[in-house]
Design a protein around this ligand. Structure first.
Ligand code: 9MR
Length: 762
């Protein structure tokens, strides 16, 4: 290894020095890399051989279902930058996969780019990397009451898109047939694919799809006949209007004719209107300057519809586009459709594609667009529905959105999944309201792996085919979805605790990803007693309360409702889902939920909760989550266990990024319960204590270290202190205050504990 490489380490001052070119020898030999690709994880075992100024590159590639050998082309090494190309035949399609790499100190950072499918980055090393355990378990387990096609069988069809059945697993094919009753070929009937040259047709995949659909009792929606994209230049050769019109006619007649009676509807023209627009263009059709426009002119649309109608007079014919529900583009679509109808073009329906983004779905515009199109006597379908969780929206292929960005798939958070679920539920409420106009709602892909928006989790099934909260939100009856059924799982810990109420740990379908600790028999509370609310975040910000279950259950048995971050089933036996990342905002969502339940007459929590008494609590990383939400005006008190704000940026990405300044946002009394000087958070907590001079604060320490006493029977000594504090702060118990206040406070008298307090006498 030459010394220049070491200069990449930023802690060395030599940033002004530059790396010398890598010698070819340094790259010679074996390198291994894992790529998380749209087709699953693939492990590349590369072999690079430099020879006389040239480079040969080959690899053995392992994936879940195959092992293949690759000879790379165009291999090149300049300085420490490497590039080569893999050509891969997938079905009838040749993919060009471009690799670029930079040689670092120990690693070779490789970017793998697959044209329109985006790119992935991976660090190749000399050692074989171990695949990260990829969890097949969902972030949150979802129960669905009905399959979606049945839920809407009296309203409209529910479709999926994909070039089924080739290269789909048996499980995926079964899911497609079970949940959907319509299919749209995602790519295989596009002009470029099905009709690559003037007299060359590729019917193998379209035929297979139509046959599979008929065997699966699904209708087929053809996509797409006339489009500015994915259409080879031969169509427009010579630019002669007549010749181009003839080619279009022949294309449509052959394709629509072949599947006459088998394909029930077609996207005849796709995406003909320009993006954006303004008050001026809104008054016009604002047609895209496509090759169809350039050669045939604006009549190309009416002609396409006419040819399709001639080829299959029974087929329902659609104009299909994205963003036509909104703004100037919507106005233009109305101008265009009115003209086509006035000219007698056989247009029967409008496809609103529906590539939306959760958190910003234009509900009102969508509803208005549906009624606008209906007013023209047209049917409406939602043809390419997907609602992303993160990232960009937009629906145009090749427009720089979604399709070509670098994509690394990080799991969706429960919070994001819930926002998406609420958006999907609202969309389907709108669709159902207009069921007399809507023919079909088709999702653009089958699951979160089989989607052009891979990495943005847009569909109803996750990448492992588990139904997501969005699915339940759409199909589960509004009441079913909210109600915690009597059959909900209930776990008793330590016989329900020692308080006056026997406690259980349970969950509610409407509060995904949270564990609820509460008295089992809520009736027993009578009409006077109301439960204060405790919000709890776990050590390591884990997705389970397992470590703290004794502590939490015991507190609940004394008349509290605790909403703890984490999956209920992980209390009994933990697997890797318990390590999934969680977010402070889950606590706020939970607070909103319980306050709403307390006010909802049909809820079991109706009138049972004291919404004006709320504690933000948590341990270690979860203590930071509690601090993070403590600025919320509804929080009465904060209880920070084995935790404190770090002096600098957190080393763990999953930790809330808090600054010491954030302590100023605390507005209620604060209790720290710490494990003494050997607790790794001790210094941070003591420093917090020194800085908090504006609210009452108690700092308590028991010399047990960072782990606390949570696992001891009833949660041990920590429960005693936490419970006294809660009884004092949330239930006004003067007796409980004696644990903390006065020269002879219980904790002062207790040798095992130390206590300091400030600002209580103000
Ligand atoms: O999802 C499709 C993707 O696999 C293709 O690479 C791309 C280009 O053919 O088209 C995608 O589907 C588009 C659809 O055909 C028309 N509306 C926008 C869709 C997303 O880009």
């Amino acid at each position: 290894m030459n010394n220049s490489k070491k200069l990449f380490i930023p802690s060395l001052i030599g940033m002004w020095l530059f790396a010398l070119p890598a010698s070819a020898e340094e790259i010679a030999g074996e390198w291994h890399a894992l790529f998380d690709t749209p087709a699953g994880v693939q492990t590349y075992h590369f072999n690079f051989q430099p020879k006389d100024g040239t480079l040969t590159a080959r690899a053995v590639v392992e994936s879940a279902d195959q092992k293949r050998k690759v000879e790379f082309e165009e291999a090149n090494l300049v300085g420490n930058t490497l590039s080569f190309v893999e050509r891969r035949q997938i079905g009838d399609r040749e993919l060009r996969i471009e690799y670029t790499g930079k040689l670092g100190d120990k690693e070779l950072t490789l970017v793998r780019k697959i044209g329109e499918f985006g790119s992935q980055e991976s660090a190749a090393t000399r050692d074989i990397p171990k695949p990260e355990p990829v969890s097949a378990a969902p972030v949150v387990e979802v129960k669905i009451n009905r399959v979606i096609k049945d839920a809407f069988k009296d309203s409209f069809r529910i479709g999926t898109a994909g070039d089924l059945p080739a290269r789909y697993s048996d499980q995926e094919l079964a899911i497609a047939a079970e949940h959907f009753n319509a299919v749209t070929p995602e790519n295989c009937m596009k002009p470029e694919r099905v009709h690559p040259e003037e007299n060359t047709w590729q019917f193998e995949q379209p035929d297979a799809l139509v046959e599979w659909a008929s065997g699966s009792k699904m209708s087929v929606h053809g996509h797409t006949l006339v489009w500015h994209a994915q259409t080879r230049d031969w169509f427009f050769r010579d630019g002669d209007r007549e010749a181009v019109t003839l080619r279009m006619k022949e294309h449509i007649a052959t394709l629509v004719g072949r599947y006459k009676g088998k394909i029930q509807s077609w996207d005849v023209v796709n995406e003909a209107i320009n993006d954006g627009g303004d008050a001026q263009t809104a008054k016009t059709e604002n047609l895209r300057d496509s090759k169809w426009m350039q050669t045939i002119g604006p009549q190309f649309l009416a002609l396409a519809f006419q040819f399709a109608h001639e080829a299959d007079p029974d087929a329902v014919l659609y104009y299909n586009d994205y963003n036509i529900e909104s703004g100037a583009k919507h106005e233009s679509s109305m101008v265009l459709l009115k003209r086509l109808l006035a000219d007698g073009a056989p247009v029967h329906g409008v496809g609103i594609q529906g590539h939306w983004r959760s958190g910003s779905v234009p509900f009102e515009e969508i509803e208005k667009a549906i009624t606008d199109y209906a007013s023209l006597g047209l049917k409406v379908s939602i043809t390419e529905l997907d609602v992303t969780i993160r990232g960009a929206s937009g629906g145009q292929f090749g427009g720089g959105f979604g399709g070509r960005r670098s994509r690394r798939s990080t799991p969706a958070s429960i919070e994001d999944l819930n926002v998406q679920a609420a958006d999907y539920a609202k969309l389907f409420e709108i669709f159902q309201k207009h069921e007399n106009v809507i023919e079909r709602v088709t999702f653009w892909g089958l699951n979160d792996r089989r989607t052009w928006r891979w990495g943005q989790h847009p569909l109803l099934f996750d990448a492992n085919n588990n139904p997501k909260p969005a699915y339940a939100a759409i199909v589960n009856d509004a009441d079913d979805a909210r109600e915690e059924p009597d059959s909900a799982k209930q776990i008793k810990i330590e016989d329900g605790g020692q308080g006056p109420y026997s406690a259980i740990a349970t969950e509610s379908p409407a509060l995904a990803g949270m564990t609820i600790y509460r008295p089992e028999d809520l009736e027993k509370l009578g009409s006077e007693t109301k439960l204060p609310i405790l919000l709890w975040g776990n050590g390591a910000c884990a997705n389970t309360t397992e470590e703290h279950k004794n502590f939490l259950s015991e507190i609940a048995s004394h008349g509290y409702i605790i909403l703890g971050i984490g999956l209920l089933n992980q209390i009994e036996s933990r697997d890797e889902t318990s390590r999934q990342r969680t977010q402070s905002s889950q606590l706020i969502t939970a607070l909103d939920w319980i306050i709403a339940e307390n006010a909802r007459p049909e809820s079991r929590y109706f009138g049972r909760v004291d919404s004006s008494k709320v504690a933000a609590m948590g341990m270690s990383c979860g203590g930071l989550q509690a601090l993070e939400i403590s600025s919320d005006s509804r929080i009465t008190t904060s209880v920070i266990c084995n935790s404190g704000v770090l002096p600098g940026p957190s080393p763990m990405a999953a930790m809330p990024a808090l600054k010491k300044d954030d302590l100023k946002k605390l507005h209620g009394p604060v209790l720290y319960i710490m494990g003494g000087p050997s607790d790794i958070a001790y210094k941070n907590a003591m420093d917090d204590y020194a800085r908090i001079n504006h609210v009452p604060i108690a700092m308590t320490n028991l010399d047990v270290g960072h782990g606390g006493t949570y696992r001891q029977p009833q949660g041990g000594e920590f429960t005693k202190v936490a419970l006294a504090w809660l009884n004092w702060q949330l239930k006004g118990s003067k007796d409980a205050a004696k644990m903390f206040i006065g020269d002879d406070s219980e904790l002062k008298r207790d040798d095992k504990w130390t206590i300091e307090t400030k600002q209580f006498d103000r």
